[in-house]
Design a binder for this molecule. Structure first.
Ligand SMILES: [Ca+2]
Length: 570
C-alpha cells in the first residue's frame, strides 16, 4: 500500500513539475513608454511585437526612475529601501551606508526571485547588467551568490557595448564577472548579441531536465548608445524633423493604439527648445545619434528573435513565458553638461565622429530633448518621478497568459510575485507587490484598490499613487522640490496641478506619503543633495581612498618600527 502511495505521490509531483513554465525575463535599459512599436514607436521591433500581440500588454505599469533600485524591486518584489539599494550606488552618499536599507548592495534578507524559484526546482541563469553588488566590490551580492546557477554579468550602471571600457569616470574599467570570477570579454563582443549567445549556451548545456528562469538584462538602450552599422543605416533619415515632431507623432500613435486616451493632452515640454534653431552640425549629430538608438533597439530585437528561434527548435517555446520591460524612462543626460564628466570624456579614448557614430569607441547619447520626445506622451524622463521617468512598457506573453491590454495601475514590485505565482512557488511575506494573475480573467479588475497607496522615493524625488490620484515632487535643476497633485485617470499627461482645487485629497496623499516614509525607513536627503555632485565625490573616493588607506598604513608601520628600534636602543 505504501508503495502505491509513493507511486501516486511521484506521479502528481511530476505532473506539477510539468506545469511549471520556463521564464525569460527581458529587462531593457532606459526604454521609454512608446519606444516599442507595439506601444507607439517607429523603430522595428518585430519579435517583441509578436510576443505583445499574442500576450498581455500592461499599459499603465510603473517602475522607479533609476536603474539599480528598479532592478532590486523587480527581482525581490520589495520596496527599494528594504533591499539595500535605495538609489544607484554611484550616487549614494557614503555616510548613509551605515543605515539599514542603504547599504549600497543587495542585502541577503531581500530574497531574489531566482532564490525563490530554486526552491521549486528551477534552473536559474543570468546574462547582462546586474548593478546590485556595489560596482563589483560586494561579492556576496553578485547574482552567482543570489540564486543564479550560471551568470555572465556587468556589475555597473553601464559600459561599452564592444569592450570593457568604462563609460563613466567612476569606473576605471567596466567590472564583468562570469560565475562570480572577474573575466575578460571576447574580441568580437557586442553586448546584445553576446548576452543571447551566452544565455542559449547556459540553457543548452543543462538540456531540458527541469524548468528554467532566464534573466537577460540588456545594456541597450543605455549610454553609450551603440549599434553595428548595418542596423543603424536603416534609420539615418528617420529623425530629420526633430524632437517636437517625434513627440507629437508618438502621442498620436499611442492614442491610436489605446495606450493613451484620445481626448487627453500631453505637457508641451519642448516649446522652449525649437529644433529649427539648432546648428546644422548639431542637427546632423543628433539625427545620427537617434539613428544609432534605433539601430541598437532593432539589433536587440533581432537577437531576441534568435533566442525565440532556439526555443522553438528545441521544443521549449510552448512552455515558456516571456516578461519584457524596462527599468526606467529614457535617459536625458548630456554628459557635456557636467564639468568632471566632460573633462574625463575629453581625455578618454571615446569620440563622437559623425562618420563612425555608434561603432566601437563612439560615445553616443540622445540628449534631453529627444529623451523628452521618446517619453511621449508622458512628462519628463529618467531620474524624475513624473510619468516620463516611471511609466514604461510591460509585456507578459506565453504559456497560459491571456491576450489583450490591461490599463489599470501596476508596479515593478508586482513582477516577482507574479512569477512566483505562475511557478506555483510560495509568495514571500516581504513582497509588497501583487500577482498579476488576479487580473488575467477580468481586465476591468483593479489590482490596486482605491484605499491602497503605493509610495516611491529615489534620490530625493518622490511620488505616491492612491486610486486615480498621484502626488509628485522632483528636485532641481528640472524640478523645484514642491509637491503637485494630478488625477491620472482624467489627466495622464500630468498637465494640471490640482492641489488648490482638491485640497482634502492633496492632504490625504501627503499624509499617506509620510506613513510610507516612516514604514520604509526613507531618509530625507535634504535640499543640498545633487546626484551629480555625489557621483563626483564617490568617484574620487573610489579611486583615491585605497591609496590613502595604503599610505596611512605604511606611515603607521613606519612610525611603529622607528619607535620599536628607538626603545630597544634605550
Ligand atoms: Ca536604466
Amino acid at each position: 500500500m505504501r508503495y502505491i502511495y509513493f507511486l501516486l505521490a511521484l506521479f502528481f509531483t511530476n505532473l506539477e513539475a510539468k506545469n511549471q513554465p520556463n521564464f525569460i525575463l527581458i529587462l531593457i535599459d532606459d526604454l521609454g513608454l512608446t519606444d516599442l512599436q507595439a506601444f507607439g514607436g517607429e523603430i522595428d521591433t518585430p519579435n517583441i511585437n509578436s510576443l505583445a500581440e499574442k500576450g498581455l500588454m500592461l499599459t499603465n505599469y510603473h517602475t522607479s526612475p533609476e536603474c539599480a533600485p528598479s532592478r532590486a524591486m523587480l527581482l525581490t518584489g520589495m520596496d527599494n529601501h528594504k533591499t539595500g539599494i535605495p538609489m544607484i550606488p554611484e550616487v549614494l552618499p557614503r555616510n548613509l551606508r551605515k543605515n539599514k536599507g542603504y547599504e549600497g548592495y543587495l542585502v541577503p534578507e531581500a530574497l531574489t526571485i531566482a532564490e525563490i524559484l530554486k526552491k521549486s526546482g528551477y534552473r536559474t541563469y543570468m546574462t547582462g547588467k546586474w548593478h546590485l553588488g556595489f560596482g563589483g566590490e560586494h561579492i556576496p551580492s553578485l547574482p552567482i551568490n543570489r540564486g543564479f546557477d550560471k551568470t555572465f554579468i556587468l556589475d555597473a550602471t553601464g559600459g561599452d557595448n564592444y569592450s570593457k571600457h568604462s563609460y563613466l569616470p567612476y569606473y576605471l574599467e567596466a567590472p564583468w564577472f562570469k560565475n562570480g570570477e572577474e573575466v575578460e570579454l571576447p574580441e568580437d563582443f557586442y553586448s546584445s548579441e553576446f548576452f543571447i549567445d551566452q544565455m542559449i549556451d547556459f540553457i543548452d548545456e543543462d538540456g531540458s531536465k527541469s524548468p528554467f528562469f532566464a534573466y537577460v538584462s540588456f545594456q541597450a538602450q543605455h549610454i553609450p548608445v551603440q549599434a553595428p552599422k548595418e542596423f543603424t543605416e536603416k534609420y539615418l533619415d528617420l529623425y530629420q524633423d526633430g524632437w517636437s515632431a517625434l513627440r507629437e507623432k508618438r502621442l498620436k500613435r499611442a492614442q491610436e493604439l489605446g495606450i493613451f486616451p484620445e481626448d487627453k493632452n500631453a505637457v508641451n515640454s519642448l516649446e522652449n527648445y525649437p529644433w529649427e534653431e539648432e546648428t546644422q552640425e548639431e542637427k546632423e549629430l543628433l539625427i545620427k545619434s537617434m539613428a544609432v538608438f534605433a539601430g541598437m533597439l532593432n539589433a536587440m530585437d533581432f537577437h531576441i528573435g534568435r533566442l525565440i528561434e532556439y526555443l522553438k527548435n528545441n521544443g521549449l517555446y510552448e512552455d515558456t513565458i516571456f516578461i519584457i520591460t524596462s527599468d526606467n524612462g529614457p535617459e536625458g543626460n548630456d554628459p557635456r553638461d557636467h564639468a568632471t564628466w566632460r573633462a574625463w570624456y575629453e581625455t578618454s579614448r571615446w569620440n563622437n565622429n559623425l562618420e563612425t557614430l555608434g561603432e566601437e569607441d563612439s560615445y553616443v547619447f540622445i540628449g534631453t530633448e529627444f529623451a523628452q520626445a521618446m517619453a511621449s506622451p508622458s512628462h519628463l524622463y529618467k531620474f524624475h518621478m513624473s510619468e516620463g521617468g516611471l511609466r514604461v512598457p510591460l509585456i507578459i506573453s506565453g504559456k497560459g497568459i491571456p491576450s489583450g491590454k490591461y490599463k489599470g495601475l501596476t508596479f515593478v514590485t508586482d513582477v516577482a510575485p507574479t512569477i512566483a505565482d505562475l511557478a506555483s512557488s510560495e509568495k514571500e511575506d516581504q513582497m509588497i507587490g501583487k500577482s498579476l494573475k488576479a487580473i488575467f480573467n477580468d481586465f476591468n479588475t483593479d489590482l490596486y484598490k482605491e484605499n491602497e497607496p503605493v509610495g516611491l522615493e529615489v534620490s530625493g524625488n518622490s511620488a505616491l499613487f492612491l486610486g486615480d490620484y498621484k502626488i509628485v515632487k522632483n528636485k532641481p535643476p528640472v524640478g523645484d522640490s514642491k509637491w503637485r497633485l494630478f488625477n491620472l485617470k482624467n489627466d495622464p499627461g500630468e498637465t494640471q496641478d490640482l492641489q488648490l482645487i482638491e485640497p482634502e485629497i492633496f492632504k490625504t496623499l501627503i499624509q499617506k506619503y509620510s506613513e510610507y516614509v516612516e514604514k520604509n525607513g526613507v531618509i530625507e536627503l535634504g535640499e543640498s543633495y545633487r546626484w551629480y555632485d555625489e557621483m563626483t565625490i564617490n568617484t574620487a573616493k573610489r579611486h583615491f581612498m585605497p591609496y590613502i588607506y595604503a599610505g596611512s598604513a605604511f606611515f603607521f608601520i613606519l612610525i611603529a618600527t622607528l619607535i620599536y628600534f628607538f626603545r630597544r636602543k634605550l
